[in-house]
Design a protein around this ligand. Structure first.
Ligand code: GTP
Ligand code: SPV
Ligand code: MN
Length: 581
């Protein structure tokens, strides 16, 4: 949609359909936020946490059936099914609207409709995009204020550019049977009903900044990716930027703000973004990445002082916690925050915790906080053009098969590596956890168009980038025969980042294997780590038989894409089989 008049017309139309008691235009101010918080504390949507230890922090317990993204209820609505491709659910746009109108009809009766204008990207960026979300959830409004640049700043931008992406959201009755997340890429429109959770309900994030943006990026020649962005500073003070695509709950937030251990003195990570990257070819021929978000919606379980001190530090004040447990002192708690759980915990559903009944915090419990609160935030995180990317990492959770790190032979081979990457499913989406599935470029749930055409777009971008980033694959999650992780992970991942940095700058040596280049023994600094040679071998091992099976399975996966599949990926699969001998 275009100008402010369109905006007003659309707000009125939506109000006629959903019949809210009130319509409230949000300006994004602190006073407005404080008032919303006060209202939510009164009606129980927010629970006040300990204001001495966590000033400005609140707990929200979502409906127990509404704790993660619902991929089976997420649709791309294009005239042709083929435009959505085989990895997306599809509905014809007219049918989708007729169906959803029934759910939106009168859905906001007794509630307030908040009009939430927001900006993805900094106001100074030529690539920033305006969205407007209409929602009946004050929890969504509060999160949007931390996750985006919300309110007047977005309306001002809309005045200037005359364009916005509309999104209509209602909690509906929260029944999963009446839950739909519908994308209409031709209209840059999202309709979401029946969920108040994260990526289902904060429409700027996965819906606009990934699904709709990936569609626009395909049309306009740029990239919208499920990637963190970090700057790696070396002991001379030189910063090299890296983007990394790992599937949901596979380590983006953690890598983006890792703290190097003492043994790695002189190296330091600067956080630019933890979930989404918009990337464009810069005038210098490099790929430049910007973080369209203003905050983080991060996984809480697993976070502690040793694994991710920065995430803890950024959430000690002015933060929203969703589905975490609470101590008797009113402090947030989740699994692994402390070595032993404190006595008297209240679980994520508000009951005294019964350890035999499951974890105290939901496995997909999250924190929301402004990115500016992150101690490692990069001084360049709001640069209008973004930062220049030297390496792209793909990675996932794989107990077996994938080594700690390998480098692709070329951009085309790297696209093959990304397109065929696999990872165990996590609690970030509903469904079984721990099932290995192919999740191309970590975009399987987020690509707003035909995935095979998306592969083609990656290949084409490679042709157009004069100085493309090097591509790598990493796996922090390989397991030994006893079922424990072989690699210490977290801060120690800096050692892998260093190897990547040295490869990018032509300093580190590597051994060429059938699947890519792995570190030579002397090129990966493992000093001070409690890793015996057998473990190191197991981490870097490329098992011929496992990889034969993998290559065949990749072939089957590629077959699912039919005629849209770029022949280059087939050729890469054949070459892999040949190299495996
Ligand atoms: P989304 O926000 O869902 O896109 O996830 P993300 O990719 O940002 O994942 P995040 O960094 O929040 O990590 C998810 C889980 O993996 C947390 O429980 C982390 O503690 C755990 N994790 C992150 N990095 C590592 C690692 O290097 N090793 C191990 N073993 N676990 C890790
Ligand atoms: C993800 O699932 O990849 C997330 C969390 O980043 S959500 O915003 O809920 O999608
Ligand atoms: Mn994510």
């Amino acid at each position: 949609m275009a100008g402010t008049q369109d905006l007003e017309r659309w707000v009125n139309e939506c109000a006629e359909m959903t019949r809210p008691d009130r319509v409230r235009w949000c300006d994004g101010s602190q006073a407005e936020y404080d008032q919303l918080v006060a209202e939510m504390l009164r009606d129980g949507t927010f629970i006040e946490l300990n204001q001495r230890t966590h000033p400005g922090a609140y707990l929200h317990r979502s409906h127990p059936s509404d704790v993660a993204r619902t991929e089976d209820l997420t649709f791309i609505c294009t005239p042709e099914r083929e435009q959505a491709g085989v990895t997306n659910n599809w509905m014809e746009p007219g049918e989708a609207k007729t169906m959803a109108r029934g759910l939106f009809k009168d859905a906001m009766r007794g509630r307030t409709m908040y009009v939430v204008p927001y900006l993805m990207g900094t106001p100074a960026s030529p690539f920033a995009k305006v969205g407007v979300e209409l929602t009946d959830s004050p929890y969504v409004v509060a999160n949007m204020r931390l996750m985006t640049r919300m309110g007047q700043v977005a309306l001002d931008h809309l005045q200037k550019t005359g364009e916005f992406a509309p999104g209509l959201h209602s909690l509906g009755d929260l029944d999963p049977k009446r839950r739909f997340i519908l994308h209409f890429p031709h209209e840059r429109l999202v309709w979401s009903v029946g969920s108040g959770y994260g990526g289902n309900a904060l429409l700027g994030k996965k819906c606009l900044a990934l699904r709709l943006a990936s569609w626009m990026a395909h049309e306009e020649g740029w990239m919208a990716e499920h990637m963190l962005i970090l700057g790696l500073e070396d002991p001379r003070g030189e910063v090299t930027y890296v983007a990394a695509a790992f599937p949901s709950a596979c380590g983006k937030t953690n890598l983006a703000m890792l703290i190097a251990p003492l043994s790695q003195a002189g190296y330091r990570v600067w956080t630019v973004g933890d979930d989404i990257a918009w990337m464009r070819i810069g005038p210098d021929g490099r790929l430049w990445a910007m973080n369209p978000e203003a905050g983080m919606f991060g996984v809480a379980p697993g976070t502690n002082d040793a694994t991710n001190h920065n995430a803890l530090a950024m959430t000690t004040h002015d933060a929203i916690f969703t589905n975490v447990a609470m101590t008797p002192e009113g402090e947030p708690w989740w699994e692994k925050l402390t070595a032993t759980p404190p006595a008297g915990l209240i679980d994520w559903q508000g009951h005294p915790w019964d350890p035999s009944a499951g974890p105290a915090a939901h496995p997909n419990a999250r924190f929301t906080a402004s990115a500016a609160q992150c101690p490692s935030i990069s001084p360049h995180w709001e640069d209008p053009q973004g930062v220049p990317i030297s390496a792209i990492l793909f990675g996932g959770r794989r107990a077996h098969v994938a080594p700690l790190v390998y480098q692709a032979f070329s951009w085309q081979h790297g696209v093959f590596v990304g397109a065929t990457m696999a990872s165990e499913t996590t609690a970030a989406a509903t469904g079984d956890v721990g099932i290995v599935r192919r999740d191309p470029m970590a975009m399987r749930p987020f690509c707003g168009y035909n995935m095979a055409d998306y592969f083609g777009h990656w290949l084409e971008m490679g042709q157009r980038i004069p100085n493309p980033p090097q591509i790598f694959h990493v796996n922090w999650f390989r397991k030994g025969p006893d079922g424990s992780f072989l690699w210490p992970g977290y801060g120690e991942n800096i050692r892998v980042l260093r190897w990547i940095l040295d490869r990018v700058h032509g300093r580190a040596t590597a051994i060429s294997t059938a699947i890519g280049a792995i570190p030579s023994p002397e090129s990966l600094d493992l000093t001070g780590l409690d890793l015996n040679p057998a473990k190191v071998n197991a981490l870097l091992e490329i098992d011929a038989a496992e990889w034969q099976t993998e290559a065949n399975d990749i072939g089957t996966f590629l077959n699912t894409f039919g005629s849209h599949l770029p022949p280059e990926l087939r050729a890469e699969q054949a070459a892999l089989i040949q190299r495996l001998g």
